[in-house]
Design a protein around this ligand. Sequence first.
Ligand code: URA
Length: 186
Amino acid sequence: MNENLWKELEHFALGCTACELCKTRKNVVFGSGDPFSRLWLIGEAPGSTEDEKGLPFVGQAGSLLDGFLTKNGFKRDSLFITNVIKCRPPNNADPTDEQKDQCFPILTAQLSIGKPKYVLALGRHAAEALVPRPFKSIKEIRGQIIQLDEVKVVVTYHPAAVLRNPRLGEIVDHDIQMMSKLIAGE
Ligand code: URA
């Protein structure tokens, strides 16, 4: 990975004013962990705790995610975690198409510099950003290995969905375990 390019991209993202979210954010949440890692996790957008701290998945959904990661042998610091949208949509609103269009080039640039081999897409927005085929629900595409150019993508439910419906936890655990076995087997 080209570290200088990565730093330039981060510098650009931290000053980004491409959409109105720059007016309400406290921090741009560029990502955390190791961008050299083979495995990246991609979520939706920062919530209020993430906006405060400038780090992804450090609120309630993040604690739940940490539990799934630890259970399946992953250390948070040894993978890279980011979101489709880098700034918090106020009131935890769904990101708009315009916000996604403005922000997506940052994720695309991150992916082309970091070149992960595996991506775990958390929830609908990450799946829509990464998987070109149309789908009606996460149920249709989760738990499969989707090969996109050089990257193997596994889609699962967003941890926030598990907070709302704890029964989904078993499925997320299964999908993360699948990713763990996939990486171990290659
Ligand atoms: N939800 C997300 O999708 N990302 C975060 O960083 C936090 C909550």
